[in-house]
Design a protein around this ligand. Structure first.
Ligand SMILES: Nc1ncnc2c1ncn2[C@@H]1O[C@H](COP(=O)(O)OP(=O)(O)OP(=O)(O)O)[C@@H](O)[C@H]1O
Ligand SMILES: [Mg+2]
Length: 246
């Protein structure tokens, strides 16, 4: 089971939206997918209410209980978020989260949504996973944290050499705003080799999909079609990075 962590220590950058759509897209390709919600806000869980319930993530981070899923091709199972997750910040939690995630199995992929701070939960997840995807926003001050995220990645990689940084994904990008276009150019210059060659634009269809708990491909408006096309292009890129297949 390949485990992909979606993380950034900035809030509201689109982590949960991208984690949800990535989960739907992997399932749409016929893969079984476990989604793990490590955020006490439970927004990721909320997008998958009708899916197979695999329990809650508190058991994993406190008792090191791994996910033992048994999913069919195209099926999604969710390890729900819990309101007490935000209070879990001991060294034991870090070790339990790492081992619980590393030992989880029973599906092709696992997508892990995280809270907006690099807590023990997030470090633990990254120590037990294979991939890190970092959504970034191009708003003022939102870029300040990128170096901190990269430093965290480097320090984790010393302990988990299996961890690959998929890259930085510009998210909620408002191409109409000159400041955001300028920010995209600047960030691409500063972090050239780490940039994912796709952007996720600011579109109402993403909000609708999240509220409905649906894949973006099910939003049949113009915004939905455009979002579906751009997310699909990003997904093809990430899928080929992870599987080596197009
Ligand atoms: N591409 C997008 N276009 C428009 N709205 C978006 C987009 N991505 C996310 N949003 C909206 O922005 C808000 C924050 O998004 P989301 O919850 O995905 O971010 P987050 O990084 O997970 O936030 P948090 O740090 O609080 O967990 C939500 O209301 C979501 O619907
Ligand atoms: Mg979130």
């Amino acid at each position: 089971m390949k485990k992909i962590v979606i993380a950034n220590n900035k809030g509201g950058v689109g982590k949960t939206t991208i984690a949800s759509q990535l989960t739907y897209a992997l399932a749409g390709r016929g893969h079984s997918v476990v989604g793990i919600d490590l955020d006490s806000q439970r927004n990721f869980t909320g997008a998958f209410e009708a899916r197979q319930d695999l329990g809650n993530a508190l058991e994993l981070v406190i008792s090191c209980q791994p996910v033992a899923a048994d999913l069919q091709p195209g099926e999604i199972g969710i390890l729900s978020g819990h309101k007490d997750l935000s209070a879990q910040n001991s060294d034991d939690v870090l070790v339990n989260t790492r081992n619980g995630i590393a030992r989880s199995g029973g599906a092709d992929f696992c997508v892990i949504d995280t809270p907006p701070s690099f807590s023990e939960l997030v470090y633990g997840a990254l120590l037990g996973a294979e991939y890190l995807l970092v959504p970034i926003e191009l708003k003022k001050f939102s870029l300040d944290g990128i170096e901190g995220v990269l430093e965290a990645f480097i320090s984790i990689q010393e302990h988990n050499s299996n961890l690959t940084l998929l890259g930085l994904l510009p998210s909620r990008f408002d191409a109409v705003k000159q400041v955001e276009r300028d920010a995209l150019v600047n960030v691409a210059q500063s972090f050239e080799r780490l940039m994912i060659p796709h952007t996720i634009r600011n579109r109402t269809a993403y909000v609708q999909a999240q509220e409905l708990g649906a894949s973006i491909t099910e939003i049949k408006t113009r915004s939905g079609r455009e979002a579906s096309e751009e997310f699909g292009a990003f997904f093809d890129w990430v899928y080929s990075r992870i599987t080596g297949e197009i």
